[in-house]
Write a protein that binds this ligand. Structure first.
Ligand code: 5GP
Length: 289
């Protein structure tokens, strides 16, 4: 095997000079984006002819837009399934039009849809489907209950200790929180706010007390009560829960009975007959108002 290729001193200094120039060009573009002199579509056009602009990271470009910043930029990219390291030249046609549409002046705030209902009715199955198909951005709650097998921290829940949960409450970090079957559950406020401000719709899958709190703070939220096809169906679902202890199951049944009575508080009631049906109805409720 030969030696790795070596650069001569001249080649090395030429390369360094080129890299410096590229950085300068990109920082100039970012500054002009910051002041509003260049729009997102202007930069996309520039990138077609100028490979230096084409190599700019999408995350840096979005973060430079006035009022966007790094966190919102990454939330937008995640929602549009754009890899965090993607460069402008690597964007697809659809991604470019989705990004351009995102920053049309007067873009509206997203809708906050709250899916609630008795434990065991199948809310989490609906939420998992919605998450997978990206029909809404689904909030990840914090909880003090222990993870079940296969549950991942940061994906299914943020699993917190009691002390950590207390701290989140004292910092006013929850949009709502409630006790449920011996544990506490809460919706982290900031990510929800961020996503709504990008114009995307958000789904919260939470129990009834929390849903009531959301309505009190955000009357524009759309509250949906998910009902079982029948009470017998709900009982049989709860009884099949292998992850619960005997005592926990009995508690959940008693609570479910109380919870069913809360349906009248909600803006809409949907029967959980089929996952796809429920999701379609949720989408149409979000687009109707
Ligand atoms: P599980 O422990 O079975 O995952 O959830 C128990 C209950 O807590 C479910 O009814 C679920 O909807 C609810 N829940 C999950 N996250 C939250 C949350 O952030 N806030 C409230 N209030 N309830 C939640």
């Amino acid at each position: 095997m030969g030696l790795p290729p070596q650069l001569s001193a001249e080649e090395r200094s030429a390369a360094l000079e080129k890299a410096k120039q590229s950085r300068q060009v990109r920082s100039l573009v970012k500054n002009r984006v910051k002041t509003g002199e260049l729009s997102l579509s202007d930069v996309f056009k520039l990138a077609q002819d100028d490979p230096i602009v084409g190599k700019m990271r999408v995350a840096d470009l979005l973060a430079a837009l006035s009022g966007v910043g790094k966190i919102r930029a990454s939330a937008i990219m995640e929602r549009l399934s754009i890899a965090p390291t993607r460069r402008i030249q690597g964007l697809g046609k659809h991604q470019i039009s989705a990004l351009t549409a995102e920053f049309v002046p007067g873009n509206k705030r997203g809708k906050l849809v709250v899916l609630s209902g008795p434990g065991g009715v199948g809310k989490s199955t609906i939420a998992a489907y919605v998450r997978k198909h990206q029909s809404f951005w689904v909030s990840v709650s914090s909880t003090t209950r222990k993870p079940r097998t296969n549950e991942k921290n940061g994906v299914d829940y943020f699993f917190l200790t009691d002390k950590e949960f207390d701290e989140e409450i004292s910092r006013n970090h929850f949009l709502e929180w409630a006790h449920f079957a011996g544990a506490r559950y809460g919706t982290p406020r900031e990510p929800v706010e961020k996503v709504l401000s990008t114009g995307a719709n958000v789904l919260l899958e939470i129990e009834i007390e929390g849903a009531k709190q959301v309505k009190a703070h955000a009357p524009e939220a759309i509250l949906v009560f998910l009902e079982p096809p029948s009470w017998e169906e709900l009982v049989s679902r709860l009884e099949k829960r292998a992850t619960d202890s005997e005592q926990r199951r009995a508690e959940r049944l008693a609570l479910a009975q109380e919870e069913l009575a809360a349906a009248s508080f909600f803006d809409h009631r949907l029967v959980n007959d089929q996952v796809e049906n429920v999701v379609k109805k949720l989408l149409s409720l979000a687009s109707a108002r």
